[in-house]
Design a protein around this ligand. Sequence first.
Ligand code: KIV
Length: 271
Amino acid sequence: MSVHKEAKKVTTHTLVEMKMRGEKISMLTAYDYSMAKIFDAAKIDVLLVGDSASNVMHGHETTLPITLDEMISHAAAVIKAVDRALVVVDLPFGSYQGNSKAALNSSIRIMKEAEAHAVKLEGGAEVVDSIARILSAGIPVMGHLGLTPQSIYKFGTYEVRAKEEAEADKLLSDAKLLEEAGCFAIVLEKIPSALAHLVAQHAKIPIIGIGAGSEVDGQVLVSHDMLGINKDFSPKFLRRYLNLYDTIKGAVEQYVADVKAVDFPNQKEQY
Ligand code: KIV
């Protein structure tokens, strides 16, 4: 029996019910036990173990280098911390594209080794076979359209996507395809808010935006960005709720000074 049985857990069905009653869904990324514990206590609805871990946890320039083993390690730590939130884990680059069997195997590893609740992958028509195969094993799938960072070398920039009609039309048809394939939700990243609104209006599944305006069913942000842990990423869509970079730096500077001055530890801080 689970030791966490008292908490009312968020499920993929909860999210659909939230959309139906017009309650917005809150989602943040998490990559480790301690942060995930705080976010869950704050009643976040969904935690995404995003492949943005490649940037903010591993220091890579893009999301491409992070491995499936690394994602599973982050996910397992997050899952241990969570009583209530739904935990979705990104399939990393190279673990699902162009090969539905590999996609299923990668997803099974995430569900089995990390005990995650769902997976997320990027793309539309190109990955629909993989989505169908993952779903056939009973694993819930979240889609991701618009700016899909694993395709950065195809796009060439991190600019707003789907501003032109042809790309907007493809996004609309991809969103429909993902819903028909059985995705339980879709993330829309960095697209015009009017287009995101259109997708959310027509979809029965929740549409979660990041840089996609307010007329969607929920919002997701990278936790390191909204907490101000990194200072060098300031897109227009980002609201910083804290400036943790300066707060932590200040605390560490004070600690260094206290150690040097033999002010720490004092009489009360020793045995
Ligand atoms: O990896 C990630 O953090 C994401 C969010 C930007 C949605 O996919």
